[in-house]
Design a protein. Structure first.
Length: 334
């Protein structure tokens, strides 16, 4: 801050220096003026000027230090020490701007809430005709047509499900119920929902659960597994998907391994980024790049660590490491 203050006051400092030099110059060229008393006066005035400079530095920068440290949270307490007219101008301008931004932010937040509620309502309404479509598809006698329609129906269902959970994630803490949960019914439910697609692609599941109980929220864990299993089925063909659980260092670890096309090494660090699809298959329009992103965001709130390993053209393995009770105690204070 002192460097900025010197730059701000450099013209005044330069003026004082010029005046001191001018006084010495006049005393030097005019023999009638004694030089020693002038030197004494110059030294004394210089010391007073330096002392005055530091006093003014403390007084004038106090307000601007608070402004510089302002965290932009619309807290106007930082401007309470405005004393000089110029500082008062800054305070008045910032107060007016802050009140305006508060009003605009409140208005925008209200609009976003309304849009979110409308979208969630629309998604729930769309589920009704989707259920009716499912019943009609089940009654179709033409098996190839039935399989194709079932696949397209499943895609629509998963896209709506993603959109629904995407809107809920910012408020996920309000929807969590952490308890001891059995893995088996959640995994089998998600596999059953993908059954028609798996039959069409010749994909089977090999499920082996050494550890069946984890501490989590069943509904959100189902959503996370849905994204991973959907990706595994989407990028596999005529192979098995292996689902295993075991205990490592006191934590339950669930692994989901497929033998599909795998992930390019340069893409692997980015698979959990929002909207990222692929650099090798960038032309694919079916991918949204949201599934793994939403799974990761949901897992963070559940304290589940998701890791991925993959070899291109050899398959992908996802590891879900579940928390222990102490992990939740440390963040909730229970």
């Amino acid at each position: 801050m002192i460097r900025k203050f010197i730059i701000e006051r450099r013209s005044w400092l330069l003026l004082i220096l010029v005046l001191q030099l001018l006084t010495l110059f006049v005393a030097y060229i005019d023999a009638a003026i004694p030089l020693m008393p002038i030197l004494y006066i110059t030294l004394l005035s210089s010391m007073i000027s330096i002392l005055f400079f530091f006093i003014r530095y403390q007084k004038e920068t106090k307000f601007f230090k608070q402004v510089e440290a302002w965290d932009h949270t619309y807290d106007l307490a930082a401007f309470k020490d405005a004393n000089s007219p110029f500082e008062q101008i800054v305070e008045d301008a910032m107060t007016v701007q802050t009140h305006r931004y508060r009003k605009e932010a409140s208005s925008h937040l209200l609009l976003l809430e309304q849009e979110k509620d409308e979208l969630l309502s629309w998604i729930h309404e769309v589920k009704t005709p989707l259920t009716a479509m499912q019943l009609m598809i089940d009654r179709l006698p033409d098996q190839p047509l039935k399989s194709q329609l079932q696949y397209e129906w499943l895609r629509i269902h998963h896209l709506l499900d993603q959109q629904l959970h995407q809107k809920r994630i910012p408020f996920i803490e309000n929807d969590l119920y952490i308890e001891e949960t059995l893995l088996e019914p959640i995994i089998y439910k998600e596999i059953k929902d993908l059954k028609s697609w798996c039959i069409q692609k010749g994909i089977g599941f090999d499920v082996s659960l050494e550890e069946n109980q984890v501490l989590t929220d069943a509904k959100w864990l189902g959503f996370i597994l849905r994204q991973i299993l959907t990706n595994a089925v989407k990028y596999s063909e005529a192979s098995d998907i292996i689902v295993e659980s075991r205990k490592e260092n006191g934590h339950v670890v669930l692994t989901i391994q497929d033998f599909g096309r795998g992930i390019d090494p340069k893409d692997l660090p980015r698979i959990f980024e929002r909207g990222f699809t692929s650099t090798t298959k960038h032309q694919e329009s079916a991918a949204t790049g949201m599934g793994l992103y939403l799974a990761q965001k949901s897992a963070e709130s559940l304290l589940i660590r998701i890791e991925a390993e993959s070899s291109y053209a050899a398959g992908t393995t996802f590891r879900l490491t579940f928390p222990v009770p102490n992990d939740f105690v440390s963040i909730t204070g229970m």
